[in-house]
Design a binder for this molecule. Structure first.
Ligand code: SF4
Length: 312
């Protein structure tokens, strides 16, 4: 049995049909900005490549990024990607605990030295040599440096690991920093609070399809997802141009779906593809639901974006 057939059979056992798989491949092509003709190539790359080992670290965070990914309402996206990746260490989903978990981490690092992708969720406390964040007797600062040293790539999922996020907001008592700051080198950043899981998955698919990471913006974010502002693709943009603004939540403008700029929308200065990919199986997204964008995928979220309900 060929590798592709093996993968399909495993997915069928999980309730993922070939139709779902092609739907997944089509979503990936659209997210990556690839022509529909690439859909069969994506399906082939995802099904045929050896599983990529991943070590996923939880640092100072709320686990919302993992929750967003694992509870993706595309019922098949997580099944597919967990079949394509070999997640060797992930504190939320692994059965091991304590010493056994530590052993799993070190075994994975040794077995896949230089080949694994390190995914980091959460910022890194650095005050007093990092002692405000400890796992298994080591500081998060030590752990992330140790695991990153032998990784093929470091991917930050969520604004906390990418830019410091809420953990680094004033007064930042633990002196939390981004992963790139503590490693002293750039990381690939899938920012957002939480990030759209589709953008993480599309980054992995890009790697499988083309054998390299996607092009990045000057903040380390994939251009396919963060190349345009929320404002650029907002369905309320015509109201912005026409001067039709919601003045107070619940007013006539709210009922008519007018622009949220005057009640605090940060869409003009926020780069992400939320309006295009949307959340919950493409059902909605914050502005679609009547809530202003709070700029969660930008550096210095939250200090630079607050107050969320007043225009700046
Ligand atoms: S709601 Fe926000 S993103 Fe949309 S047009 Fe208004 S200011 Fe721009």
């Amino acid at each position: 049995m060929g590798k592709e057939e093996e993968v399909f059979n495993r997915l069928v056992e999980k309730g993922v049909s070939r139709r779902d798989f092609m739907k997944f491949s089509t979503l990936m092509a659209a997210t990556l900005g690839l022509a529909p003709a690439m859909v069969p190539e994506i399906a082939k790359a995802v099904a045929a490549k050896p599983r990529t080992p991943v070590i996923w670290l939880h640092m100072a965070e709320c686990t919302g990024c993992s929750e967003a990914f694992l509870r993706s309402t595309y019922p098949w996206a997580d099944d597919i990607i967990l079949d394509v990746l070999s997640v060797e260490y992930h504190e939320t989903i692994m059965a091991a605990a304590g010493q056994q978990a530590e052993e799993n981490l070190h075994t994975a690092m040794a077995t896949y030295k230089g080949k694994y992708i390190l995914v980091v969720e959460g910022a890194i406390p650095t005050k007093n040599e990092g002692r405000y964040g400890m796992v298994g007797g080591k500081t998060m600062l030590q752990i992330v440096k140790e695991v990153a040293a032998d990784a093929a790539a470091v991917v930050c999922i969520g604004t906390c690991s990418a830019f410091g996020g809420v953990q680094a907001a004033k007064p930042n008592p633990t002196e939390a920093k981004s992963v790139s700051e503590v490693l002293g080198k750039p990381t690939l950043n899938i920012s957002g609070c939480p990030p759209n899981p589709v953008n993480f998955v599309a980054t992995v698919v890009h790697f499988l399809l083309l054998g390299k990471l996607p092009d990045l913006d000057d903040k380390g974010r994939p251009l396919f997802a963060y190349g345009q502002s929320i404002h650029d693709n907002c369905p309320r943009r015509a109201h912005y141009e026409d001067g039709n603004f919601v003045k107070v939540f619940g007013d006539e403008g709210t009922m008519k779906g007018w622009c949220l700029f005057e009640v605090g929308c940060k869409g003009p200065n926020t780069f992400n593809n939320c309006s295009l990919v949307q959340f919950n199986d493409g059902i909605s997204w914050p502005i679609g639901a009547g809530h202003p964008c709070i700029g969660c995928s930008e550096p210095n979220f939250w200090d630079d974006q607050a107050p969320f309900y007043v225009a700046k």
